[in-house]
Design a binder for this molecule. Structure first.
Ligand code: ZN
Length: 157
């Protein structure tokens, strides 16, 4: 009767409808985009009205988790919720959507335009109740150079 689950921390997305938080570990987070039914234009974040044909007929679809870094900048000064230096950039997804994102897991030497990046979730801040506010981020994918010593084949691509 007196059991009050006060200490249960929840994970809350920074904004509803932007991305899905995996319910099981091992599952990948996904960004959601909108696809216009009449003209096929994809948008992230999802739009209510198509910027191309102004239609409101759209569906929400999960976007690819891997993309290429189109452009980035390193910001030396802190911003609300972000300690400096931090990196932000644009990521091109295979669907043809350009996503503005915080970058994670980077260092100054490794960041370069055109590199492969993958979607991840990261803590943005805690809210007043101690819940974790998370946001989507992209991080560099470790280069998969063929190594002669280990035969860990990864199919597909
Ligand atoms: Zn359209």
């Amino acid at each position: 009767m007196a059991e009050i689950e006060k200490s249960v921390k929840r994970i809350i997305p920074i904004r509803e409808g932007l991305f899905g938080i995996p319910s099981e570990s091992g599952e990948k987070p996904r960004l959601f985009g909108s696809r216009c039914n009449p003209c096929g234009q994809l948008s992230f974040p999802p739009r209510k009205v198509c910027s191309n044909c102004f239609s409101e007929e759209r569906e929400i679809i999960p976007l690819s988790t891997d993309g290429k870094l189109y452009s980035y900048t390193i910001v030396e000064y802190p911003a609300p919720g972000l300690l400096g230096p931090y990196a932000i950039g644009y990521v091109d997804l295979p669907e043809g959507v350009r996503v503005f994102s915080i970058l994670a897991g980077w260092d100054r030497k490794s960041l370069r335009v055109g590199m492969d990046v993958e979607l991840t979730l990261g803590k943005f801040k805690d809210d007043k109740e101690g819940n974790e506010i998370v946001t989507y981020q992209f991080r560099p994918v470790p280069p998969s150079h063929p190594s002669p010593s280990r035969g860990e084949g990864k199919g597909g691509g």
